[in-house]
Design a protein around this ligand. Structure first.
Ligand SMILES: [Zn+2]
Length: 215
């Protein structure tokens, strides 16, 4: 087991606030993928969890997490997490745990680490050329997202709908999309997003780490 002394402060703050075990989760992830050991992790209450790759490779990359409990409660209430996290819910329920906010935070964190691990695979595939790896990873993701019903990640499409960005909502309305129709589209988009191979690979990593945590 790796020592906790290098564990990002962000995770300690998250755990003391929520009673989560993201420090432990990170240790298990690093045991499985040592290259993640130095990864920067930041807290940002303005957005959902994410991985931001860098042309410098993992050294310039970071995972961001939302520290606000309300963010996760809203996600659960909206039904989005149900559409997104079926396999994870099963994992916890099979172990007698009713998944709630804390499991969602841990799962989201490990999923983003999965994106970081996948990015490292691109770097290795490109023979250590981090710029080429960054571009390729971005290209692959972009082409997969273009296949979604809303042609964008759900959070991005929802933001465009809510703020009517560049008349997005007006355009959808003119195509006959009602509020109810929009809600259905969002669910379909979220399910299709979860099924993208660039997302599946991050889920597999997260489930692999969870299996070592709960063994
Ligand atoms: Zn993802």
């Amino acid at each position: 087991m790796s020592e906790t002394k290098n564990t990002p402060l962000a995770l300690q703050a998250l755990d003391s606030q929520h009673g989560t075990e993201t420090v432990v989760a990170f240790e298990h992830a690093v045991d499985m993928a040592p290259h993640l050991g130095g990864l920067a992790i930041i807290l940002d209450d303005k957005r959902g969890p994410g991985f931001q790759g860098s042309e410098l490779g993992l050294a310039g990359s970071y995972v961001s997490l939302n520290p606000s409990a309300d963010y996760y409660k809203d996600a659960i209430k909206s039904g989005k997490t149900v559409a997104r996290l079926g396999e994870f819910s099963r994992f916890f329920r099979e172990r007698g745990i009713a998944p709630s906010t804390n499991e969602l935070i841990t799962t989201a964190f490990l999923h983003e680490l999965g994106h970081a691990d996948n990015f490292q695979e691109y770097v290795e595939r490109m023979g250590g050329d981090t710029v080429a790896a960054f571009r390729l990873a971005k290209e692959v993701r972009k082409s997969q997202i273009a296949t979604l019903p809303l042609k964008a990640a759900t959070s991005r499409a929802e933001a465009a709908w809510t703020s009517n960005e560049s008349g997005y909502k007006d355009k959808m309305r003119s195509r006959g999309v009602t509020d109810e129709g929009w809600a259905k589209l969002v669910t379909r988009n979220t399910e299709a997003y979860a099924a993208l191979s660039c997302e599946k690979v991050a889920d597999r990593f997260a489930l692999g780490v969870l299996a070592t945590m709960y063994s």
